[in-house]
Design a protein around this ligand. Structure first.
Ligand SMILES: [Zn+2]
Length: 391
C-alpha cells in the first residue's frame, strides 16, 4: 500500500499548493491529477528461482494499484492515466515464477498489466521518481511463498489441464418456497430463471475453455450466502444471477443489469472483517490476522473496488448483447446492494431479464425460443468481456 499512499501524498501536496487555483479554475484539475504517462519499457530480471523483479519504465508520475487473483495465480497492476508504447516487447518475459506478461487498455485512460504466475507469489511494489538519469519507475518484486506447497509448474500445458480456463457460476434467482415475481398468466420467476440458466449452462459447456455451474440446479430454496459459497467452492471466475422483474405498473418493461454499489460493499466489508478467518483467502493471499481491522478493511475495500469495476465492465458488455435481442429498461449498468453480488473477489452481476408484470414480456419469457436467445446473448456478453481482458 506504501507506493499508493506516497503518490497520493504527492498529489495532496500539489493540491495544497494549488488549492486556490483549483477552486477558481476547476478545469485544470485533470492535469494536476497526474499528467498522462507512457509506459516505455518493461524489464524482467531474476535474481534466483524464488525472486523475480519486474520494472516498468514510465515517462511521468503515475498512480498504480496492485492486486492478486488466484487460480490461475496472477498479479494485476492498474496504471492510472497511462498508455503503453507500441514498441514494448513482452513476448519473452517468462521466469521460474512467471509465465508471462500481458496488458490491455481499460476505460478512463487506465492501463491494466497482468503478470501470469506459475504459482502463488508474494508481490511488493514501489515507485521510484526520475532522478535525472533514469525515468520514473514502478518496481514489482515477486517472491515465491513458502506457504504454498504447490510445486512450481513449468509449462502452460500443465496449467490448462488443471482447470478449464473460465468457470462461470450461474445463479437462477429464487426457488423452492420462494417463487419470486409471478406474472398474470401465472409464470413464476423461479421457473424462468432456472430454465434460462440451464440453457446457458448447455451453451457454455459446449464452448471449449468454459465451464458453467449452477448455484441452484433444481426448484429448491438456497440461501443467498450459500449461492455465493457454492460459486466460490467451484472457483468461479464470474457470478451471474438471473432474475425477472415485476412492477405495479404493467407498462414498465425491459431488461436491466446490476452490479454491487459501493455503499453496499462497504457495509459488507465490515461483515467480512468480522469473519477474518474466512476472509483471509479472499484478498489474494494477504493474511488479515496480523493486521489491525482498519488496514484489513482498507485492503478488502481495494479488492472489492477492483471487483466492482470489473463487474461494471462485465455488466456493460452483457447489457450490450442483451440489447440486441430484448428491449432494455436502462442502457447503463445499475448499482445496488444485492447480497448475492457481494463476493469481494469474484466479478458479479444480476440480470433482470424482463418484467413478468408486463403481459407482452411475460409471454416472451415463457417462450423457449426467446429464453434460448437470452441465454445466448448473455453468454456472448460474458465472452466479449473475458476476451477483452486477455490483452
Ligand atoms: Zn428476483
Amino acid at each position: 500500500m506504501g507506493p499508493l499512499s506516497t503518490a497520493r501524498r504527492a498529489f495532496l501536496r500539489r493540491i495544497g499548493r494549488y488549492g486556490l487555483s483549483l477552486t477558481l479554475f476547476s478545469g485544470a484539475a485533470p492535469a494536476l491529477a497526474g499528467a498522462r504517462a507512457t509506459l516505455t519499457g518493461i524489464r524482467v530480471s531474476e535474481s534466483s528461482a524464488e525472486h523475480t523483479r519486474v520494472v516498468f519504465d514510465l515517462t511521468g508520475d503515475i498512480e498504480h494499484r496492485l492486486f492478486t487473483l488466484d487460480d490461475p495465480h496472477r498479479i494485476v497492476i492498474d496504471l492510472e492515466h497511462t498508455r503503453r508504447s507500441e514498441a514494448i516487447d513482452i513476448s519473452r518475459t517468462a521466469t521460474s515464477l512467471m509465465q508471462g506478461i500481458r496488458s490491455a487498455s481499460r476505460g478512463s485512460g487506465r492501463l491494466r498489466v497482468v503478470l501470469d504466475m506459475q504459482g502463488k507469489v508474494r508481490p511488493r511494489s514501489f515507485e521510484l521518481k526520475s532522478d535525472g538519469k533514469s525515468s520514473h519507475r514502478l518496481v514489482v518484486d515477486l517472491h515465491a511463498t513458502e506457504l504454498d506447497p504447490t510445486p512450481i509448474k513449468t509449462s502452460r500445458e500443465q496449467r490448462k489441464q488443471s482447470k478449464p480456463e473460465y468457470v462461470i457460476a450461474l445463479d437462477p434467482g429464487h426457488g423452492g418456497r420462494d417463487p419470486g415475481a409471478i406474472g398474470k398468466k401465472g409464470t413464476r420467476e423461479k421457473d424462468v430463471a432456472l430454465s434460462i440458466a440451464k440453457r446457458m449452462q448447455k451453451i457454455i459447456n459446449r464452448t471449449p475453455g468454459y465451464r458453467a455451474i449452477l448455484t441452484r440446479p433444481n426448484d429448491r430454496f438456497v440461501s443467498l450466502r450459500n449461492r455465493v459459497k457454492k460459486a466460490r467452492e467451484a472457483q468461479s471466475d464470474l457470478f451471474i444471477s438471473l432474475h425477472s422483474n415485476s412492477f405495479r405498473s404493467s407498462h414498465v418493461r425491459g431488461a436491466s443489469v446490476y452490479a454491487l454499489s459501493l455503499s453496499g460493499a462497504s457495509s459488507e466489508a465490515a461483515r467480512w472483517i468480522a469473519e477474518k478467518e474466512n476472509a483471509s483467502d479472499l484478498i489474494g493471499g494477504i493474511t488479515l490476522d496480523d493486521k489491525d481491522d482498519l488496514i484489513a478493511s482498507v485492503l478488502l475495500d481495494l479488492s472489492q473496488t477492483a471487483t466492482i469495476q470489473d463487474s461494471l465492465e462485465l455488466g456493460s458488455d452483457v447489457l450490450g448483447h442483451i440489447g440486441k435481442v430484448s428491449r432494455l429498461n436502462n442502457r447503463e449498468v445499475q448499482q445496488a446492494g444485492f447480497a448475492v453480488l457481494k463476493a469481494p473477489d469474484m466479478p458479479s452481476i444480476l440480470i433482470e431479464t424482463a418484467f413478468l408484470s408486463n403481459p407482452g414480456e411475460e409471454k416472451k419469457l415463457r417462450s423457449p425460443k426467446h429464453q434460448q436467445k437470452l441465454a445466448r446473448a448473455v453468454f456472448s456478453g460474458v465472452k466479449a468481456h473475458l476476451d477483452s481482458r486477455r490483452g
